[in-house]
Write a protein of this length. Structure first.
Length: 159
């Protein structure tokens, strides 16, 4: 599969959520869960600024899906996210049994940008989703959103 116009529309919503997090002083990440019929089921943004580094939107999606969807519904759903899942979020995705993941910017891209800007590395290794969840179906990064993602990250992370 490739990223199509429907995927891009959901990724643009993720970017809007990331910008919402940014305007609230939080790290700019946003995610959307979409059911097999195309219905947006849940969305969230990063909420780590108050000290709980587990408050990632992808992790929130996993918790919400586990509480509200049957296993078959989870497997048929798609998670859209502004940035590739960290290992914690990828693991939660795998444990809950969510379906396809589509992201705008990769962990590798973010890591390269952070290095360029002189930002200290995160305390957790940036692993590709499929290293954590080998059977995951993953699409990304979206080359059409790279510049916007870089600019959004730069606004938060660059000194």
């Amino acid at each position: 599969m490739t990223i199509d116009d429907t995927d891009r529309a959901h990724l643009l919503r993720c970017l809007a959520l990331a910008r919402s997090a940014l305007s609230d002083g939080d790290e700019p990440f946003g995610s959307v869960l979409v059911g097999a019929d195309g219905t947006v089921l849940f969305e969230d943004r990063n909420r780590v600024k108050d000290g709980d580094a587990t408050q990632h939107p992808e992790f929130a999606i996993s918790r919400w899906a586990a509480a509200h969807l049957a296993p078959a519904e989870r497997a048929a759903a798609t998670v859209y996210t502004s940035g590739e899942h960290c290992p914690m979020c990828a693991a939660s995705h795998g444990w809950v049994g969510l379906g396809r993941i589509v992201y705008a910017a990769s962990s590798r891209q973010l890591g390269e940008w952070l290095t360029e800007w002189g930002v200290e590395p995160a305390p957790v290794a940036a692993l590709p989703i499929t290293t954590v969840v080998p059977s995951a179906v993953v699409e990304g990064p979206d080359p059409g959103l790279g510049d916007e993602m870089r600019a959004t990250y730069r606004e938060f992370f660059a000194p």
